[in-house]
Design a protein around this ligand. Structure first.
Ligand code: SF4
Length: 427
């Protein structure tokens, strides 16, 4: 097992030793700008997911960035950032490679980073080293005269793309036809839509327009409680696993959680199944977290009898059930930081975060449950070359790759985010 902090160096190690079976695609060695011209999400965990035709593509970036060495790019970023000063804030998601997050003013999950952006109204530009829906959320929470920049437009999210707004509207129409929209005797409407933060602004706007709310992996249970105070059932998208794991924790029966396949009438369910449901789960998933299995946990326990296994709630239910704990990236980070005795941790989340935690905590043994190096395809598309490009362009007053949410979507999307911020745990 490698202990190299940088995913890029890890890949070089693997390619040098010739053990290709230790990574999910040999194309991971390729430069990201070479990947930009190919169809699909790119090498990594989402490489086999179908990509929507309308998914943004990244055009070619200037040769001076493609041809620069890692050291030159690093120096150019440091120089440009210093010259820009307070004019720019750089945000780095936990799943970004070390060469990216070392330039970030803030490192965290998507919502924490959007809130960080909100605290810097003086910055004219927010460079979001993450994926598309995160940049959209930062745009929703930033001021109208700030620009949110996604360094590589091809950094989407295959899970967010699994809930298309037209399919969601169609689903809502079918549910309304079957269940009506009038509240029952307790004042509860038939369905409350709940979307995970990992969704497009259009889906957040849909929730805002229809009495719904956003959740994160840290507050999903509180948000579902909020929803059940107002509705008889929940329509949860896009991640079936977060929805199922959270609802199971709340004591909801698996049989009351039908899966909604958007390609089939009534989501491939009978009217009775939908009427008897408590949580209707959209058929989406994260290809990164889907890779973690109970068999990997069994092996970790054999190899390390004292191992503490923590997985993300985007993992399948059987994996969460086999783990010792499950929790968001914030939970995982905190659990490791708070361990007072040297501990062996097997972690089920994206490899860049796991490798960084291992480097930051030499007092512990920390490894990724999945032995195959397979980063998130789209997070991996952010590379220092793109960051140098967007920062040096800002020095010339040119904003590249700006992400903007239209007002007609942004206003209701903010409503659904504000409902989440106001939702409080029951006392
Ligand atoms: S880790 Fe999963 S949910 Fe996060 S950006 Fe990648 S595909 Fe999307």
């Amino acid at each position: 097992m490698t202990t190299t902090a940088s995913i890029e160096l890890t890949l070089k190690d693997i390619s040098a030793t010739g053990s290709d079976d230790e990574m999910c695609s040999t194309d991971l060695i390729d430069a990201p700008w070479d990947v930009d011209i190919r169809p699909g999400y790119g090498p990594g965990a989402s490489m086999d997911d179908p990509i929507p035709q309308a998914a943004p593509r990244q055009g070619e970036i200037p040769a001076e960035y493609r041809d620069s060495s890692a050291e030159e790019l690093n120096e150019r970023i440091i120089r440009a950032k210093a010259e820009l000063g307070d004019r720019v804030v750089i945000l780095g998601h936990h799943y970004q490679r070390v060469e990216v997050v070392e330039h970030a003013d803030y490192i965290g999950d998507s919502f924490m980073l959007a809130k960080a952006a909100q605290n810097h109204p003086e910055a004219e530009a927010i460079v979001f080293c993450g994926v598309h829906f995160m940049a959209e959320t930062a745009d929703l929470l930033s001021t109208p005269d700030q620009s949110v920049i996604l360094p590589n437009l091809a950094a989407g999210c295959s899970m967010a793309d699994m809930a298309d707004i037209d399919q969601v509207e169609d689903c809502w129409e079918q549910l309304t036809d079957l269940l009506g929209s009038e509240p029952d005797a307790e004042g509860k409407v038939p369905v409350i839509p709940v979307t995970y933060m990992n969704s497009s602004a259009a889906i957040k706007g849909f929730c805002g327009r229809n009495g719904g709310i956003v959740c994160t992996s840290s507050n999903a249970e509180v948000v579902l409680e909020w929803a059940f105070e107002r509705g008889q059932r929940v329509l949860f998208f896009p991640d079936q696993h977060l929805g199922r794991n959270t609802a199971l924790n709340m004591g909801i029966d698996l049989e009351a959680m039908p899966l909604w396949n958007p390609a089939r009438p009534l989501g491939n369910n009978s009217p009775d199944t939908v009427e008897d449901s408590k949580v209707i789960l959209w058929q989406g998933f994260c290809s990164v977290h889907k890779r973690f299995t109970p068999a990997q946990i069994d092996k970790a326990r054999i190899d390390h009898p004292d191992v503490r296994v923590i997985v993300h709630p985007e993992c399948p239910q059987e994996t969460v059930a086999a783990a010792d704990e499950s929790g968001s990236t914030a939970y995982i980070t905190k659990a490791i930081a708070e361990a007072t005795e040297p501990t062996t941790f097997a972690i089920g989340t994206e490899i860049n975060l796991v490798q960084r935690l291992a480097a930051e905590h030499p007092e512990h043994t920390i490894f990724c449950l999945d032995p195959v190096v397979c980063p998130c395809s789209t997070m991996y598309r952010i590379h220092p070359g793109y960051i140098a490009w967007v920062l040096e362009s800002l020095l010339e007053s040119t904003v590249i790759n700006q992400i903007t949410v239209d007002a007609e979507v942004a206003d209701p999307a903010r409503v659904s985010l504000e409902r989440m911020l106001a939702a409080k745990p029951r006392v």
